[in-house]
Write a protein that binds this ligand. Sequence first.
Ligand SMILES: [Zn+2]
Length: 72
Amino acid sequence: MRRSDNESVFPCADCGAETAAALERGFAIDTETVICFDCAMQRGGHWDEERALWSREPDILGLVPLLDPAHR
Ligand SMILES: [Zn+2]
C-alpha cells in the first residue's frame, strides 16, 4: 500500500534508516533520495530551526553516483 506523497518514506541513502524527509528533517537529495537527519548532521549539514531548512547542505559526495549522468 502506497502512502500519499506527503508521507513518502525512503531509506536513508547513507545508513538505510527509513526517513520521511518532509516530516523528519531529512535532507532531500532529489525526489526519491534522502539522507536522515543524523547522517546529514554528521556530513556537515546545519539545520536552521527557525527557518526550518538546511542553512548549510550536508556533503553528499560518494552517496549518489547515480545522480551523475556520466555513470548511467
Ligand atoms: Zn542515515
